[in-house]
Design a protein around this ligand. Structure first.
Ligand code: HEC
Length: 420
């Protein structure tokens, strides 16, 4: 009950109620599912915890929380995971609270309500107190796509494969992309459970081999949300282009483990050209070696922007050993700002941290990226790797990566003509 009372204490503090009123209100009725808990689940959990909830590259919530019948068996587990901050999944430090528009956190009131409800044996309460159910749309999370890009044919990931990278190219026809298009929203659907990540690139027809000239459209890694660019910002998908899916498949090897994969990318376009072409590229050091059994090996890198840029999002990427990530801006006026700190980096939740207010980065700013790896025995048992090996940068999931992805665009409007 202590926690239950504290909800009202906080509400009372805010509204200036007296101590008597607090005690009375707390005593006046139990915390119930219908009145108090369901609204919290609707707002913070059902997006994923429903029969066809979000699929973020295989991160699919294993149970639905739509009704009392579904939630009741999980009441204790819910109290535990919200108290541990394991759910809803969000890994940025509390110091950045309020900065990102895809933030997933419960308020102190919501936490206290859930704790109080479970302490009171999770009562159902009066059905008339329940809020109207949320109508989730089926199909694409982002809404109706303008274009769905599919493989020419499903790709077979062989039985003996553990880790492979496979490029699959799709020509954009005149019907698909009649003119240069600016991407507003982008969502990937993995076509099998052996997809580890997808990165999609666009190249001019005939130029697919030139890795320097292709543009990064977007990607999918475990736990990544669909992309959604603000008005005036987008990625360019040129007419006469080829989209290449860089597929990374990862699985156990063995008879019967082969899978057909037909992953797809769905796009929604801006209805007119945008002024700010978004680029996504990483800061990467690449040349590191994590010693065996080291529990906190630090790697870093930096980039200085030569022009003013609008920073839209940050996405730390490592493999299984990554444990911590941080981006810090060193501004030309001598001041410093932590842009993002992820104290409990989790490989399964590769969040694209999207700024609520676009971050203005003046020319001359150096952005430092720092990442730590935990190559300890305990972490190896937990995440399935061999800590007795030293580890370098490499493509397989058992090697490491240190990619501090950034999505940005020049602050200066480019005009509306698409550059070549
Ligand atoms: C962005 C999607 C997402 C949101 C939002 C979300 N969950 Fe989850 N949840 C998952 C996934 C995926 C799993 C399974 C994998 C895991 O445990 O990390 C999970 C697992 C769980 C589990 C089982 C954990 C265990 O240890 O057995 C509980 C309980 C849970 N979630 C409760 C909640 C509650 C309560 C909320 C809202 C306050 C919530 N989740 C919000 C995706 C989500």
């Amino acid at each position: 009950m202590i926690k239950g009372i504290s909800v009202f204490a906080m509400a009372a503090l805010a509204s200036g109620f007296t101590g008597m009123a607090i005690a009375e209100e707390a005593a006046s009725g139990p915390v119930t599912f219908n009145k108090d808990v369901l609204p919290i689940l609707q707002k913070n959990c059902q997006d994923c915890h429903r029969p066809s909830g979000k699929n973020m590259s295989g991160m699919v919530a294993p149970m639905s929380f739509m009704s009392y019948e579904e939630v009741r068996p999980w009441a204790k587990a819910i109290a535990r995971v919200v108290d541990d901050k394991a759910m809803p999944p969000w890994h940025a430090s509390e110091a950045q609270h309020g900065k990102f528009r895809n933030e997933r956190v419960l308020s102190a009131d919501e936490l206290a309500t859930i704790a109080a409800w479970v302490k009171q044996n999770a009562p159902r309460g009066n059905p008339q107190d329940a809020p109207a159910p949320i109508k989730f749309q089926e199909g694409w999370y982002m809404g109706e796509p303008d274009l769905v890009v599919k493989f020419p044919e499903p790709f077979f990931v062989n039985d003996d494969v553990v880790d492979i990278y496979q490029d699959i190219s799709v020509e954009m026809t005149k019907e698909m992309v009649p003119e240069d298009k600016w991407i507003k929203k982008m969502e990937f659907a993995p076509g099998s459970e052996v997809v580890h990540h997808i990165i999609a690139y666009a190249s001019k027809k005939g130029d697919q081999g030139n890795l320097m000239r292709r543009t990064h459209l977007g990607g999918l890694a475990p736990g990544t949300d669909p992309a959604d660019y603000p008005e005036g910002y987008g990625k360019l998908l040129p007419a006469d282009s080829v989209v290449t899916f860089q597929m990374h498949y990862h699985k156990e090897a063995g008879p019967g483990t082969g899978r057909l994969d037909d992953s797809v990318m769905a796009l929604q376009f801006h209805d007119k050209p945008v002024e700010h072409q978004v680029t996504t590229s990483p800061i990467a050091h690449g040349n590191f070696e994590i010693p065996p059994f080291h529990s906190d090996w630090k790697v870093g890198g930096a980039r200085t922007f030569e022009e003013d840029v609008d920073l839209l999002a940050l996405m730390p990427h490592t493999h299984l050993r990554g444990s911590y990530a941080k981006y810090t801006a060193f501004y030309p006026d001598g001041s410093t700002e932590v842009l993002l700190e992820v104290p409990g980096y989790d490989f399964n939740w590769q969040t694209n941290y999207s700024f609520k207010d676009i971050k203005k980065i003046p020319a001359g700013t150096r952005i430092e990226w720092e990442v730590h790896y935990n190559n300890s025995k305990e972490n190896g048992e937990k995440n399935g790797f061999n800590p007795a090996e030293s580890v370098r940068f490499g493509q397989p999931t058992t090697d490491e990566m240190d990619l501090g992805w950034m999505s940005y665009s020049p602050t200066k409007a480019a005009g509306t003509a698409a550059s070549d």
